[in-house]
Design a protein around this ligand. Structure first.
Ligand code: PGA
Length: 257
C-alpha cells in the first residue's frame, strides 16, 4: 500500500461466480483483450477459493490487482466458513470489500460488524473498499442522506486520518444492484458529493480529495462513459458485467485517454 491509486478505479466483483477453472479461463481471455495501463486501477474480487489460480494465470500482469469479497475480523480460530484479513493478504489480496450490500442484507452484517472488518483490513495494510448505499424504500422515504451518512461514519469508525486516506468508498444503491436499473449519473454525483463532504469534514480536503469514491449498480459498457463523466465519480464497482472478459475489458478501457 502507499501511493495514491490511479483513477479511474475499476473493480470486478465476481460474487459467488467463477471457481478456479473459470477464473483461469477468464484471466487468459481478459489478458488478451486488455493491455496494462498506468492511468487506471483494475482490481478483481474473485471468490477467495479462486485467488491462487487467478494469480497463477495472471503472472506477468501485476496491473491486474486482487481483492477478496469479505473477511471476518478475527485473525484465526473457530469461525467455520470464514477467512481472515491476514489469510487474504498471504494469498495475494491487496483489497477487501467491506459491507457489500449482499453481506449486509443477505448475511446480516451490521454497521458495527462492518466497522470491525474495516479495522481488521486496515491492520493488515490492505485497502478496504467500504460499500454503502440505501435500499429502495429508504430512497422513497427521502432517507438517502441519513443512511449513507450513518454507513460511512460507522463504517470508518475510529480510524485515524492517515488510514482513512487509504480507503476506497463504493456507493452502491441497493435498488440498482443486479437489477439492470442504474442510478442516473446526476443522482450518483449527488451522493458522491455528500460522501466527499463527509470525508472532508473528517480528514480535511487534501486527504479527502485522494480517496476514490466509486459507483456500483448495473454498470455495463453501455453506461460506463456517462457514469465516469459524472462529477465526483472516480470509478466503478461492477458485478454481473465483470464476469465476461470482453464486456469487462470494454468497461476497463473507458474514461480518459
Ligand atoms: P451489479 O453488481 O453490477 O451486478 O449490479 C454490483 C455490485 O454488487 O457490486
Amino acid at each position: 500500500m502507499g501511493a495514491r491509486l490511479a483513477r479511474p478505479f475499476f473493480g470486478g466483483n465476481w460474487k459467488m461466480n467463477h471457481g478456479p477453472n473459470a477464473a483461469r479461463a477468464f484471466v487468459e481471455a481478459f489478458s488478451g483483450l486488455y493491455a496494462a495501463r498506468d492511468d487506471r486501477t483494475v482490481v478483481f474480487f474473485p471468490p477467495a477459493i479462486s485467488l491462487t489460480e487467478f494469480l497463477h494465470a495472471a503472472q506477468g500482469r501485476p496491473d491486474l490487482r486482487l481483492g477478496v469479497q469479505d473477511v471476518y475480523w478475527e485473525r484465526e480460530g473457530a469461525f467455520t466458513g470464514s477467512i481472515s484479513a491476514p489469510m487474504a493478504k498471504e494469498a495475494g489480496a491487496a483489497f477487501v470489500l467491506a459491507g457489500h450490500s449482499e453481506r449486509r442484507h443477505v448475511f446480516g452484517d451490521s454497521d458495527e460488524d462492518v466497522a470491525r472488518k474495516v479495522k481488521a483490513i486496515v491492520a493488515e495494510e490492505l485497502v478496504p473498499v467500504l460499500c454503502v448505499g440505501e435500499r429502495l424504500e429508504e430512497r422513497e422515504r427521502g432517507d438517502v442522506e441519513t443512511v449513507v451518512r450513518r454507513q460511512v461514519e460507522l463504517g470508518l469508525g475510529p480510524l485515524e486520518r492517515e488510514a482513512i486516506g487509504k480507503t476506497v468508498i463504493a456507493y452502491e444503491p441497493v435498488w440498482a444492484i443486479g437489477t439492470g436499473r442504474t442510478a442516473r449519473p446526476e443522482d450518483a454525483s449527488a451522493v458522491h458529493s455528500l460522501i466527499r463532504g463527509l470525508l472532508v469534514d473528517r480528514v480535511g480536503a487534501d486527504v479527502a480529495r485522494d480517496i476514490p469514491i466509486i459507483y456500483g449498480g448495473s454498470v455495463k459498457s453501455g453506461n460506463i462513459d456517462e457514469l465516469l463523466a459524472a462529477p465526483e465519480v472516480d470509478g466503478v464497482l461492477v458485478g454481473g458485467a465483470s464476469l465476461k472478459p470482453a464486456e469487462f475489458a470494454r468497461i476497463c478501457s473507458a474514461g480518459p485517454r
